[in-house]
Each structure stands twice: as structure tokens, then as C-alpha cells.
Design a binder for this molecule. Structure first.
Ligand SMILES: Nc1ncnc2c1ncn2[C@@H]1O[C@H](COP(=O)(O)OP(=O)(O)OP(=O)(O)O)[C@@H](O)[C@H]1O
Ligand SMILES: [Mg+2]
Length: 397
């Protein structure tokens, strides 16, 4: 039996105690007999306990003592220890005897304390763990961030490298295409020059000055042709490298246009002429005169080149809000419908012009120049009827 049992008379005197009780409280055999029950309690509880005991005697019932609070008992040597107590009672010869069953719960309390401490420790650990996880997660996240940034940058670099490689390849394509077209296009003017010079030498002997003049003129125009092809190539090269910059200046448009018309007269076919029409209110404008001249020269020379002799070319300029609108209309051979959508592509030439010299670069360059001016270009054409090119760009004045 591990429970101590103390039997108490209703006046509080201990009648007897079992050996376990004696041992728990540190008394020798039978030493408790005749002692007061309150001797087994710390001083601070003694007074109250007398009342409790008398309350129990008035309505005795078997029950546990001190439910919900810790009970403390006193050993003989004055030390205190935790206990659990159940009460019961009996009547012997008309006398009430109360029995207290007492367990020393010191060990249990120690175990409970330890458990509580280790639970608390566990909570502390958990909190620490959570903190650690959080800080590791933060480190991990920032590492991931760095990695993502690096990946992004590498992708960007790769993209850029690929793009510049592509550009380089395109430029190379362009150059080789150019060389093949140039050598082809150079052949005709060069052979004209060669044969004209041979003829000049012949006519020199005969002193046929008219013929000599005719052939010097041929040489001159062939050289001009070569120069113009070379100029186109140079323009394209500069455009491709992004080296062309718009240089704005104030120009007198009517003067610029009549200069161009004058210049183009040299290359017009027999009986061809240019009808110039400028809206009267247009005078000084701000733009890049070299670029504008180049665009107009290209379009006008096409209009002449792809028209018969004696045809008229119309050049008109009108102001359309803040835009200047140029139109170049010819009565020439027109552009086949199926070719129209490629017209601004590099080196593209329509199917109906194979008998006429050209590199197919002019319009591509024109389009890029119009782009540089912040403008747009379009055309309308009907085969064997004529073509109208229109371009417009914004001007300040
Ligand atoms: N006014 C026009 N009438 C008919 N066809 C035209 C006209 N202008 C351009 N084209 C067509 O568009 C093509 C491209 O013109 P583009 O000026 O670019 O090249 P090109 O005149 O053949 O050669 P070049 O580089 O010497 O100007 C021409 O080959 C021709 O088929
Ligand atoms: Mg052309």
C-alpha cells in the first residue's frame, strides 16, 4: 500500500495511522497516535483547517479534498511536501471517525514540473526554429532574386548578341547582293563608255565633230549613271549603319523645287517635261533639304524612267494641316498589282521593267528617308496608265 491512512476522531485527534502515513510524515511507529490532525499541516493553514474539518463533520461524505488547488502537508522535521487527499468516514459505537487517504505526490509534481519546463523549452525551440527557417527563407529568397536578375541579364545579353549577329549577317547579305547587282549594273555604262571612246577615236580621224559630241555626251551620261548607283549604295550603307541624321534648316521651297526640276531636265527623255504646282501660300519651311532633295530626285527620275517619251510628269505640293503633301504623278507603264506590296523592299523590281536598267534600291532609300522625316509614303498605280506617289511629313512653317 502506497497510501498513507490517518484515522481521526471528530474532535481532530488522530486515533491511528498506518505505517505508510508514519513514513510519509517522518514519524516513528505509533508516534502519531494521539497527535492533533493539524500537526500535519503548515502553520498558515491550521486555523482554516479546523473550520473545514467541523464543516465536514456536520455533513460527512466521501470525497476528494482540495479539488482545483495544491495541498501542502508538513513533515515532522518541518519540511513541506505536496499531497493528494481523499476523505471517507465511518461510525464506531456512535462516534464519527474520519479517514484521510494521503498520497505524497512530490515525485509526480517534480515530473509535472519537468514536463512543463520541457514543454516551455519546446515552445522556445519551436520559436527559434521558426525564426531560423524565416531567416534562411529570407536568405534563400534574396539568393533567388539575385539569380533571377542574373538570368534575366544573361538572357538580355544573349538576345542582344543574337540581334547584333543577325544585323551583321543582314549587312553581309546586303553587301554581297550589292556587289553582284553593282557589277551587273556597272557593265552597261562601262561598255557604253568603252565603245563611245573607241568611236570618238575613229571620228577624230574623220574630223566628224557632231559624232564626237554625241559620244562624249554618252560617256558623260554613263558616268552619271555610275555615280548615281554608287550614291545609292553609299546612302543605303549610311542608313543601315544609322549614320544619317536629320539636319533641319529654313529653306525656300519654291526655289528648292525649281532647282530640282532644272537638274532633272538633264535626264528626262525626249519631249518629257515636269509640271510643277505649289500651293501659293507655301514658301519657307523647316526641314532637311538634302533628304527632301534625294526623295524628290528618286521619285521624279523613276517617273521619267518608267514613262515613254513626250509624257508629262506632275509634281504638286499642298499643305495639309501641319503636313506638307507631295505628289508625283506620271502617265507611264504602271506597276503590276501583284508586285505592288513589295515595292519598298530592297532590290525589288517589278516584273514589267526587266528591260530597263535599275538596282531596285531607290524606293527603299526613299522610304527610309521619309521615315527619318517622321512622314509616310504611299502610291497608287494602274498598269499602262500611270502611277502616283504621295508622301507627307510634318513641318513647322
Ligand atoms: N513611277 C513608276 N512607274 C512604274 N514603276 C515604278 C515606278 N517607280 C518605281 N517603279 C517600280 O518599282 C521598282 C523599284 O523602284 P526603285 O526606284 O526602288 O528601283 P529602280 O528604279 O529599279 O532602280 P534604282 O535603284 O536605280 O532606282 C522599279 O524597278 C519599278 O518596277
Ligand atoms: Mg529608281
Amino acid at each position: 500500500m502506497s497510501e498513507g491512512i490517518v484515522m481521526v476522531h471528530e474532535n481532530g485527534v488522530i486515533v491511528t495511522a498506518n505505517p505508510v502515513a508514519e513514513q510519509i510524515f517522518g514519524y516513528s511507529q505509533n508516534e502519531l497516535n494521539g497527535a492533533m490532525l493539524e500537526d500535519l499541516l503548515p502553520d498558515r493553514y491550521k486555523g482554516r483547517h479546523v473550520n473545514l474539518r467541523q464543516g465536514f463533520n456536520a455533513h460527512p461524505e466521501p470525497r476528494r479534498m482540495g479539488i482545483g488547488r495544491d495541498l501542502t502537508a508538513l513533515r515532522k522535521d518541518g519540511t513541506e511536501f505536496p499531497v493528494e487527499i481523499s476523505l471517507s468516514y465511518t461510525h464506531v459505537q456512535g462516534q464519527l471517525l474520519v479517514m484521510a487517504f494521503i498520497s505524497d505526490i512530490t515525485q509526480r509534481k517534480i515530473a509535472e514540473e519537468a514536463l512543463k519546463r520541457s514543454e516551455e523549452q519546446l515552445i522556445v525551440y519551436a520559436a527559434e526554429l521558426e525564426k531560423k527557417v524565416q531567416s534562411r527563407t529570407e536568405v534563400l529568397n534574396s539568393t533567388i532574386g539575385v539569380l533571377e536578375k542574373e538570368i534575366h541579364e544573361r538572357k538580355k545579353a544573349e538576345y542582344e548578341a543574337r540581334k547584333s549577329l543577325e544585323r551583321e549577317r543582314e549587312l553581309n547579305d546586303l553587301k554581297s547582293k550589292f556587289v553582284s547587282i553593282a557589277s551587273h549594273e556597272f557593265r552597261t555604262p562601262l561598255s557604253t563608255i568603252l565603245s563611245s571612246i573607241a568611236l570618238v577615236e575613229q571620228y577624230k580621224k574623220k574630223l566628224d565633230l557632231d559624232k564626237i559630241d554625241k559620244h562624249t555626251e554618252r560617256v558623260r551620261s554613263s558616268v552619271k549613271q555610275l555615280t548615281s548607283i554608287l550614291n545609292d549604295f553609299l546612302s543605303l550603307g549610311k542608313l543601315e549603319e544609322g549614320k544619317v541624321e536629320v539636319v533641319n534648316e529654313v529653306i525656300e521651297l519654291p526655289k528648292l523645287l525649281s532647282d530640282i526640276v532644272e537638274e532633272i531636265k538633264n535626264i528626262l527623255k525626249e519631249g518629257q517635261r515636269i509640271e510643277l504646282n505649289i500651293e501659293h501660300k507655301i514658301f519657307a519651311i523647316v526641314t532637311d533639304s538634302k533628304i527632301l532633295r534625294n526623295i524628290l530626285f528618286n521619285l521624279l527620275s523613276n517617273a521619267s524612267k518608267y514613262s515613254e517619251v513626250n509624257k508629262i510628269i506632275h509634281l504638286s505640293v499642298i499643305k495639309n494641316y501641319s503636313n506638307l503633301l507631295f505628289q508625283i504623278r506620271d502617265e507611264g507603264l504602271g506597276i503590276p498589282e501583284e508586285d505592288q506590296r513589295h515595292l519598298f523592299d530592297r532590290f525589288f523590281r517589278a516584273g514589267n521593267v526587266s528591260h530597263i536598267q535599275g538596282t531596285g534600291l531607290g524606293l527603299h532609300i526613299v522610304k527610309r528617308y521619309v521615315d527619318l522625316l517622321g512622314g509616310t509614303i504611299s502610291f497608287e498605280s494602274k498598269q499602262n496608265t500611270g502611277t502616283t506617289f504621295s508622301f507627307q511629313f510634318p513641318v513647322k512653317r
